[in-house]
Ligand binder design. Structure first.
Ligand code: HQG
Length: 187
């Protein structure tokens, strides 16, 4: 069994090459973000970051956010969401829950309330059904702010929502009229 520290380090490396910089190790992703598992393991080893097949299986199976998925035949792998490289995950629009949340930094608060949520470097704005998840995302940046999104009203206004294989809700933007700051409750 590989240590959690090592698995986390592999997971971060996979996020880098499967979401943002495949060229970092000379990897190519297809238009849906898939790459052959063999190529990934080979290129990672060549780049001085060897990963065994057992470690890869363990990261995919145990990643807390289910960040990665194998294709049905097990021959390819991709990140479930979070890309900055140009991929089309092929997710259909689906009706969202009535309310979704987004956790961010208090220093972004005024800009977000003025301009809405924008996707920045990523393909989508990331939203979640879980207050706890939003809080932990916000805490990555220091002093967090929890935003409540009126997804029902957005959907009624024609905005499309998609849900990634790991349950992250994806939208192109959230205009300010659908946002409000939710009082922060520490558990
Ligand atoms: C902010 C994690 C100023 C936005 C999580 C966020 C997530 C604005 C930052 C995933 C803004 C972008 C993504 C505006 C948006 N003015 N700031 N108008 N609009 N922002 O990392 O949602 O661990 O691209 O609030 O679980 O923080 O990577 O997005 O703070 O699902 O698997 O601009 O990352 O997943 O930051 O995180 P990011 P995010 P993983």
């Amino acid at each position: 069994m590989t240590s959690n520290t090592k698995l986390t380090s592999i997971s971060k490396f996979l996020s880098l090459v499967l979401r943002h910089e495949p060229q970092h190790i000379g990897l190519e992703l297809d238009e849906a973000g898939w790459t052959p598992v063999d190529a990934l393991l080979h290129k990672a080893a060549q780049a001085g970051r060897p990963i065994s097949r057992a470690e890869l299986d363990q990261v995919v199976a145990t990643s807390d956010k289910k960040r990665f998925a194998f294709s049905d035949d097990g021959l390819r792998i991709r990140a479930n969401q979070g890309h900055s490289v140009d991929v089309d995950l092929g997710l259909p629009p689906v009706p969202p829950p009535d309310v979704l949340y987004h956790g961010t930094a208090s220093r972004f608060r005024d800009a977000i309330l003025r301009d809405g949520l924008q996707r920045r470097e990523r393909h989508h704005v990331h939203l979640t059904e879980s207050v706890a998840t939003a809080m932990s995302v916000g805490q990555r940046y220091g002093q967090p702010v929890l935003l409540r999104i009126d997804a029902r009203r957005m959907a009624a206004a024609g905005y499309e929502f998609r849900c990634s294989a790991n349950g992250v809700w994806l939208v192109d933007s959230v205009p300010p009229e659908f946002l409000e700051v939710q009082p922060w409750t520490t558990p």
